[in-house]
Design a protein around this ligand. Structure first.
Ligand SMILES: *Cc1c(COP(=O)(O)O)cnc(C)c1O
Length: 463
């Protein structure tokens, strides 16, 4: 069949079977809700939200096949059939022979950090992630960012902004010695840099360099399918490979991986540690019984493991991932068409507004991204989140706020949940806030929790 030239649109590779009503509120109701929530979108009640783009974590819509799997939950305490189905999916799709299930990603991060890191170690990686870095620090390590400089430039069009700068890594190895580096911490799309991907060429070169120094590479493979899709779309030599093939190739360079299944895997809860090293597996399998549960469920119900075992296969289907990323890009392009500064190119799971440029009249310590997220909610009930100075936290030594280069608001798209019309409403909402940006004032932080402060901090508007 030859393709016509008039049809340029794509549509979702599914139709909708069940719907969930959502509620539109008045500006007054939203103002009250913000006041009660300390102006932090994490503290809002979901019932007050119209379009919820807080996160793609655990917010996906499951397929009919996954819901059918829920009814086949084998809730035996030990040796549930669903656990073995999950192991089979992980081995088939990613190639890892050993699996330790956890209730979500950070539990796997906790275990791998405690097992591999000794006091005073350094863990290089392509930009930090909040929970990942905290677990590395709690284990006595220091995270060292060795991502390429282009990652910190919101407007630059580099196709693989998550690439590792191998010179920075070599400098670190020279400075501290390879024996102080227990592993390299790699991410396939970098959340804090705007959902940006890494190229296969860079993964290969990184693996070669690390191998030379005896440093294993571990992968945070939370959004690996989205990363693989960008490799297929952008990297020479990969256009004819399926996302599934690319995913398997990425994993072939990894000694192990942890996963927040609440993202790519199209389930509402779940995660795991996947390993090649039998000794690390033995330690993790022993540790999981302290914190999560027996090693054949690790905090998940049998039915959750079955939905996950099925979601893993769906997550690497080309049609699914093209529609998923296509919707994100659609929203990004619509917002950017009005001249609004966003991170370019648009990432895989979210559109990131450059709040530093959007509210350029505010100082970073007036929390421009936090304020912008609140203003977007006030405008039309669209919920987003801050990814800037609040998320970055304080310097361990000096206690100062870490003035990160990227001050962003993240509009994160749940998988298979919203329609193109929801994306249109969202874009128009951002346009309206853009039009009144000069009158927007900053925040003062009035409550600051010790850990991962962005979740529970409270703010007060300066006006
Ligand atoms: C969400 C996430 C995690 C943590 O996983 P949870 O399931 O939220 O505990 C780790 N790394 C990345 C990149 C994430 O996006």
């Amino acid at each position: 069949m030859t393709r016509g030239t008039r049809r340029t649109s794509w549509a979702e590779p599914f139709k909708i079977k069940v719907v969930e009503p959502i509620r539109m509120t008045t500006r007054e109701q939203r103002l009250d809700a913000l006041d009660e929530a300390g102006w932090n979108t994490f503290l809002l009640k979901s019932e007050d939200v119209y379009i919820d783009l807080l996160t793609d974590s655990g917010t996906s819509a499951m397929s009919a096949n996954q819901w059918a799997g829920m009814m086949l939950g084998d809730e035996a305490y030990a040796g549930s059939e669903n656990f073995y189905n999950l192991c089979e999916s992980v081995e088939k799709v990613y190639g890892f022979p050993y699996l330790v299930p956890t209730h979500q990603g950070r539990a796997a991060e906790h275990m791998i950090s405690q097992i591999l890191i000794s006091d005073g170690d350094f863990i290089p990686g392509n930009m930090y992630f909040t929970t990942t870095r905290l677990h590395q620090e709690l284990a006595g390590g220091t995270f060292v960012d060795v991502i390429i400089d282009e990652a910190h430039d919101p407007a630059g069009e580099h196709p693989f902004k998550a690439n590792v700068d191998l010179n920075k890594l070599e400098d670190l190895i020279d400075r501290v010695g390879a024996d102080r580096i227990p592993y390299f911490c790699l991410a396939t799309t970098v959340n804090m840099a705007g959902g940006q991907p890494i190229s296969m060429e860079n993964i290969r070169d990184l693996h070669t360099l690390c191998q030379k120094h005896g440093i294993p590479v571990y992968l945070d493979k939370t959004r690996i399918a989205e990363g693989a899709y960008f490799i297929q779309q952008r990297e020479p030599g990969y256009a004819d490979k399926s996302v599934a093939e690319i995913v398997l190739e990425i994993c072939s360079f990894m000694e192990g991986a942890w996963m927040s299944s609440k993202k790519d895997h199209l389930v509402n809860i779940g995660g795991y540690l996947a390993l090649r090293d039998a000794e690390v597996f033995e330690q993790a399998r022993n540790m999981v019984v302290i914190y999560e549960g027996l090693h054949t469920y690790g905090g998940m119900a049998g039915r959750d493991m079955e939905a996950l075992a099925r979601g893993i296969h769906e997550s690497v289907e080309d049609d699914h991932i093209a529609a998923r990323v296509g919707q994100v890009v659609y929203l990004g392009e619509k917002i950017a068409a009005e001249g609004i500064p966003i991170i370019q190119p648009v990432g895989g799971h979210a559109v990131f507004l450059d709040a530093g440029a959007f509210l350029s009249h505010l100082d970073q310590e007036e929390f421009p991204a936090q304020k912008l997220a609140a203003e977007i909610f006030l405008e039309a009930g669209v919920r987003s989140m801050e990814r800037g100075i609040v998320s970055a936290g304080r310097n361990k030594e000096t206690g100062e706020n870490i003035r990160v280069g990227l001050e962003l608001v993240r509009l994160t798209i749940p998988r298979r949940v919203y329609t193109q019309a929801h994306m249109d409403v969202t874009a128009e909402t951002i346009w309206e806030v853009w039009d009144r940006r000069d009158s927007i004032t900053g925040f003062e932080m009035v409550h600051e929790p010790q850990y991962l402060r962005f979740f529970q901090a409270r703010f007060k508007p300066k006006d």
